[in-house]
Design a protein around this ligand. Sequence first.
Ligand code: MG
Length: 164
Amino acid sequence: MTFVKRVGIGTDVHRLVSGRPLVLAHVPIEFDRGLAGHSDGDVVLHAVIDALLGAAGLPDIGERFPDTDSKFEDADSGELLADALVVVRSTGFVPINVDVIVHAEQPKLSPYKPAMRAELARLLGLDIDSVSIKAKTGEGLGAIGGGDAIACTAIVGLGSAERP
Ligand code: MG
C-alpha cells in the first residue's frame, strides 16, 4: 500500500475562440469553438501538470514550458504531461490520485467524462478508480458562465516511488 505523502493544486483558464479544436484531458470534444493558447490549449492537462509539479515542489508549468519558446507552439499537452511526469518521478514521487473539476458552461461534458477519465488514467499510469473528473457550469456568471472561457482546477496526490 502506498500512501499519499504530498498534494499539489493547479488551475488554468483559456479563452474559447473560433477556428480551434476543443481538446480537454487529451480528448477531442465536438464544439464550434476551441481553446486559444500557445500549445493545444488543453486546460485540463495544464492544471494537472501544475498540480503534479507543485506537489513535487518543482517550478511551475510556465517556467518549464515557456510560451515564448516556439518549441511549445501547438504542442500536444499529453507530451508536456509526459515530460512533467519524468521530472516528478526523478524526485522519488509517483502520482497516487487526481481529482479534476472542469468549469465550463458549454459544451455538456457528461458524454465525454468516461473517455477523459480513461485518458487521464492512461497518461498518469493510474487505475481508473484513482482518477476523478467533475464538470461544473458557471451558472451564467462571469467569463465561464458567459461561455467565453473554460477553466480547470486539479488536485494531485503523490506517494513514494519506492515500495515500503
Ligand atoms: Mg494553459
